[in-house]
Ligand binder design. Structure first.
Ligand code: ARG
Length: 453
């Protein structure tokens, strides 16, 4: 028997029943559903809908149900359509007729929106902690590699030398923005739909502000029609997780490249690599490939929900039952992925000599121009002179730093100290303004980063 069967004489088609039920996935809201109901019982008791005896019986029953869920002894029955009806059915079994009063003034529409928001409020700190875990790993590896020089790239072409530490923290800040977005989102999640009824509001004198406070929300939703259908928070959450996925994908794509024989900058530990069933020599960076792949899935989850929302008229429609699975899936994906990436980064072997060897003299051509600027030349002229030097070296098929002093002097205002330009460390230490790769700037950056975790 369903909880809404009164006006029906026929039964739902079995396949339609399976399509309609959300229990297989909304069971995850069990703890929140019970907590929400305990608070609702309190609110309608204060509104004099329940006697003290009824209230006490309902609350006691709900606590037993919470315990059953915690012990995994709660038994679902075939007629349970979703988590809300399952809890109410069980409450009836436990306490009898008084259970039928709990749903007074409430609808599953305000109830499910409330449960879902509570679930997300419970989950946001877990996700924050997992992102923070990866940030900590980036810091750990960065601290070890403050003197490890590597080529920095634009267009995936060698550009200018940087330190590995600086490169690692570039990913830290992207993750920091992801965390900040989730913190910002919390305020929009913490708006309470409960007490809005099916759509028009509740007909009982419920103190919704007290209810919001009791459930850890900041405030009651100000409009009942909006409250029962607002899933912006879910779509926003999925944007946050998709963006995070894109950041992890970028990091991963780099690590995958750096672990190739062609780069050889790092080697992943056995604990985070897999082999090939055919080729005995293979050591594959699967964890990072999975991260890159899952970014696509995360983007798909956002696209799916926001497309569902697009077609809806005002207030609750059953389409909204599609809101929960993408949010659960995005959460599970990231809670599974983030610690693995953290472990893989912390245990990888860095090959500083390979990185240093990949910094060629041409990567210091900008420093050559800066050298002339320091001698008083306008940057455009300096840029042209440095370009001439690059061309001359190319014509002579030698490395830029192997031009003779005579050749340098034929090009421009170069002196014998020009050769110092070709020390990568000198280039790095010049990038000393805030945010640059110099050791001094990096120390400031590192302190700043540490203050965030
Ligand atoms: N299982 C439903 C959902 O997830 C609960 C709300 C049902 N409301 C309704 N009017 N049928 O959205």
């Amino acid at each position: 028997m369903t909880l809404w069967g009164g006006r029906f004489s026929g039964k739902l088609d079995p396949a339609a029943w399976i399509l309609n039920t959300s229990l297989p996935f909304d069971q995850r809201l069990a703890a929140q559903d019970v907590r929400g109901s305990i608070a609702w019982a309190g609110a309608i008791f204060k509104a004099q809908v329940l006697t003290e005896i009824e209230h006490d019986a309902i609350v006691k029953g709900l606590f037993s149900i919470a315990e059953e869920f915690a012990q995994h002894t709660f038994v679902f029955v075939e007629s349970d359509e979703d988590i809300h009806t399952a809890v109410e059915r069980r409450l009836g079994e436990l306490i009898g007729a008084a259970a039928g009063k709990l749903h007074t003034g409430r609808s599953r529409n305000d109830q499910v929106a409330t449960d879902f928001r509570m679930w997300l409020l419970d989950t946001l700190p877990l996700l924050d902690a997992a992102i923070k875990g990866l940030q900590s790993s980036l810091i750990t590896v960065a601290e070890r590699n403050q003197a490890t020089l590597m080529p920095g790239y634009t267009h995936l072409q060698r550009a200018q030398p940087v330190t590995l530490a600086h490169w690692l923290l570039s990913h830290f800040w992207a993750l920091q923005r992801d965390r900040e977005r989730l913190v910002d989102l919390r305020d929009r999640v913490a708006v309470l739909p409960l007490g809005c009824g099916a759509l028009a509001g509740t007909a009982f004198p419920v103190d919704r502000e007290a209810l919001a406070a009791a459930l850890g929300f900041d405030a009651p939703a100000p409009n009942s029609l909006d409250a029962v259908s607002d899933r912006d928070f879910a779509a926003e959450f999925l944007f946050c997780t998709a963006m995070l996925g894109v950041h992890l994908s970028k990091l991963s794509e780099n690590i995958i490249l750096f672990s190739t024989t062609e780069f050889g900058f790092i080697e992943l530990s056995d604990a985070y690599s897999t082999g090939s069933s055919l080729m005995p020599q293979k050591k594959n960076p699967d964890m990072f490939e999975l991260a890159r792949g899952k970014a696509g899935t995360l983007i798909g989850l956002l696209t799916g929900l926001i497309t569902t929302l697009k077609g809806l008229p005002s207030t609750y429609d059953k389409d909204l039952q599609e809101d929960k699975q993408p949010v659960f899936q995005a959460t599970d994906t990231l809670l599974g992925l983030l610690p693995v990436l953290a472990g893989a980064l912390e245990t990888m072997t860095v090959k500083p000599e390979k990185m240093l060897a990949a910094i060629d003299a041409n990567m210091l051509a900008t420093d050559l121009a800066d050298y002339l600027v320091n001698k008083g030349l306008p940057f455009r002229e300096a840029h042209a002179a440095a370009g001439k030097a690059v061309r001359l070296a190319l014509e002579k098929k030698i490395s830029l730093d192997k031009l003779s002093l005579d050749e340098w002097q034929s090009i421009g205002a170069f002196e014998s100290d020009v050769y110092q330009v070709f020390e990568p460390i000198n280039s790095i230490e010049k990038k000393n303004a805030i945010g640059g790769t110099s050791s001094q700037s990096f120390k400031i950056q590192l302190q700043h980063a540490k203050s965030k975790i």
